[in-house]
Each structure stands twice: as structure tokens, then as C-alpha cells.
Design a protein. Structure first.
Length: 364
């Protein structure tokens, strides 16, 4: 009998029954034990799965948006096992979560890893822009260069713009992955404009509405769900201070600083800071105007403090990774900056896993 698995299973099941005040813990533990003894593994009930996915969010130390952990919509897709069917339910996830802009936090959970069998989504996010290397620099998102190459090797071809949505790449049990296009109608995007700067829209910058993380492993009670894509909604700075601003991403601060007429030759003119504020303003303004859910970093930080208070009331201490929780713009203007957190990783949780396309160096 797999003692380690039973240990992890029972600690999770125990937590679930106690936290929910549910009857029948001993019977359920006996059942789990028996299933592990006879088959080497066990199955979660739908209730256990849903609770596990929510608590995994609650335990995600780097996430500032955890106040809403209990409202996660959980789709149990453990019965789906063909690439085409996985593709179908991924599109359903995208449509359900996008909801015309009124974003719903959602997770779709596929069957857990068993021996050599596992489902892997090669995408980092279900919707993300391609990045192409060219002699005069990178076109699109530099963070996607490696994955974009893999997609092209599999036969996908992009349009060659800075905002080509990558295909969904689905792999079952280590076989050759299959790729599928994300239909344009499924991808909600927001063209950026600025409340005061008329010229801003001419830069033709946009971003997609929903961040769907698709490469993390959900671990619940000793079971490993390698394919469990989930989404929340954006905090403005993720787009305005990182994706579009980092010099190793879209690197747009020089463009914006110059358009603003700032002295981009002198650090002390604070042109970067001023460009950052206006870019972030444009993100929040445009999402709001298009009625696409988004939160600014001041509000998100306040919500995080409410989360901390509610956790205390429930007899728990919120754990956290301070280096990630502080926003990248005006961090010291939020309460988080002046607090400290224990960065202890409890399970259930979401974990990084090695990209499957890096596993086999000969395929490079
Ligand atoms: N930071 C990532 C991005 O900019 C998304 C991470 C998840 N974010 C979220 N708000 N749930 O695409």
C-alpha cells in the first residue's frame, strides 16, 4: 500500500470534513484507504475536488486576489480524454469565464496524473500572444518565443503581427501534441486609449481580457492534476507595469515617454515613472470603458487586507510571498508593503511544473 499517498489523502480529507463541519469522516477515510490498497490510488468526490481547488487558491502566497477564493467556479472535466474533446471544453471555459467582460473566476480540472499517464497543456496561458525572433529584434511577446517556435514546428502559422493569439497545444500521455486554433470570437481584447492623451490610441496597443494560467499543477490530497487551467481577472499593473512595460516584454515605456514629450535621455527627469503612470491609467480606463473586469492595485491591496482579516476570523493566518504581493507601481502606498507574511507553502496548492516541450532536449 502507498503509505505516503494515504498520509496526504487523509490529511486533506480530514481538513475538508473538519472545516466544513461534515459528518462521516471515518467512513470516507476507510473508503479512501481501501481504494488505495486495491488500486494504488483514489478518486476525489466532486465536493472534495471543488473544495481542494478553492483552498489551493486560498493558499497561493503570490496572489493578491485571494479574497474571492470561495467563489471559484469549478468544472469537473475528469471524464474528458481525447484531444478534440479537451479542446472543446477549453473553449467552453474561455467563453464561460469571459462572459462578455464580466469575468468569472473559473477552473477546469482534467484527470490527475497516473503512472505515465497525464494530460498536459503546453500553453502558459490559454490566450497569449506569440513572439517571433527576427534579425531586427523580437516581434510580439518575447516571453512566448520558445513556445511559438514549438507551435510552428507542429505546423501552426501566425499572421505575423505583434498580437497573434497562439493556438492551444494539448498533449496526452507523452504522445505528439495536437494544436487547435482559438477562434477570434472567443478572444475578448481591449484596445488601449487614454482619458486625456488623444494620440495614445494611435499606438495601437491592446491586451486580452482574461489571464488563464494553464501550465500549473494542482495538488490536492496527494493527487496531481497536471492540467487544471484557471483564471481570475487582471490587476491593471500586470499589464501596464509588466507585460507592456518590462524591457524584456513589450518594452513600451520609451515609445510612450517620447510621445509624451519627456526627456528620455535623463533618468532624473523620471520619464519612466511618468510614462508608467499614464500607461497604467490607459489600461484601467480602457478596460473600465469596455466593461471588462479589472482591479487597480490600491483596491486589490485593500481587498487583500479584508482577506487577511477574514482568515484571522476563521482561525487561520494568511500566508504570503511579500515580494510578489506588493504591486510593481507605488508599492509603499499600499498596506501590504508595510506588513510581513510567512511564506509557507500549504497544500492544496498550485505548483510550477517543467514545460513538457523542454523535457526532451533532442526535440529542440
Ligand atoms: N501576470 C500574468 C499576466 O500578466 C497573469 C497571472 C494571473 N493573474 C491574475 N490576475 N489572475 O498575464
Amino acid at each position: 500500500m502507498n503509505d505516503q499517498l494515504y498520509e496526504e489523502a487523509q490529511s486533506f480529507i480530514r481538513q475538508f470534513y473538519i472545516e466544513k463541519g461534515k459528518q462521516g469522516l471515518e467512513q470516507r477515510l476507510a473508503q479512501v484507504r481501501e481504494q488505495i490498497e486495491t488500486s494504488g490510488t483514489y478518486d476525489h468526490t466532486y465536493e472534495e475536488l471543488g473544495y481542494g481547488a478553492k483552498v489551493a487558491w486560498r493558499n497561493s502566497n503570490r496572489c493578491i486576489g485571494r479574497l474571492f477564493w470561495d467563489s471559484l467556479q469549478v468544472f469537473d472535466q475528469r471524464h474528458v480524454d481525447k484531444e478534440e474533446d479537451i479542446y472543446d471544453v477549453l473553449l467552453q471555459h474561455i467563453d464561460y469565464a469571459t462572459n462578455g467582460g464580466k469575468i468569472r473566476s473559473t477552473i477546469s480540472i482534467f484527470k490527475p496524473k497516473r503512472h505515465q499517464e497525464e494530460i498536459r497543456l503546453w500553453n502558459h496561458q490559454l490566450v497569449r500572444y506569440a513572439g517571433y525572433e527576427s534579425p531586427d529584434g523580437i516581434l510580439g511577446d518575447p516571453a512566448s518565443v520558445e513556445f511559438t517556435k514549438r507551435c510552428m514546428e507542429l505546423g501552426w502559422k501566425g499572421k505575423g503581427t505583434a498580437f497573434d493569439v497562439l493556438p492551444l497545444v494539448i498533449q496526452i500521455d507523452g504522445q505528439t501534441p495536437k494544436w487547435f486554433p482559438v477562434p477570434e470570437e472567443s478572444v475578448l481584447e481591449v484596445p488601449l486609449r487614454h482619458p486625456e492623451f488623444e494620440w495614445f490610441q494611435e499606438l495601437e496597443i491592446k491586451w486580452y481580457a482574461v489571464p488563464f494560467i494553464s501550465d500549473m499543477r494542482l495538488e490536492i490530497g496527494g493527487l496531481h492534476y497536471a492540467a487544471a487551467p484557471f483564471n481570475g481577472w487582471y490587476m491593471g499593473t500586470e499589464i501596464g507595469a509588466r507585460n507592456l512595460a518590462d524591457d524584456f516584454r513589450y518594452d513600451l515605456l520609451p515609445t510612450i515617454g517620447e510621445a509624451m514629450g519627456l526627456d528620455t535621455k535623463r533618468n532624473a527627469s523620471l520619464w519612466k515613472d511618468r510614462a508608467l503612470v499614464e500607461l497604467n491609467q490607459a489600461v484601467l480606463y480602457s478596460y473600465k470603458a469596455d466593461q471588462v473586469s479589472i482591479v487597480d492595485h490600491h483596491t486589490a491591496a485593500q481587498q487583500f487586507h479584508v482577506f487577511e482579516r477574514k482568515e484571522k476570523e476563521a482561525g487561520r493566518d494568511a500566508t504570503g510571498d511579500w515580494t510578489w504581493l506588493i504591486p510593481p507601481v507605488s508599492p509603499a502606498s499600499t498596506g501590504i508593503f508595510h506588513s510581513s507574511y510567512e511564506n509557507r507553502m500549504d497544500t492544496p496548492n498550485y505548483f510550477y511544473q517543467q514545460p513538457p516541450y523542454e523535457k526532451n532536449p533532442s526535440a529542440k
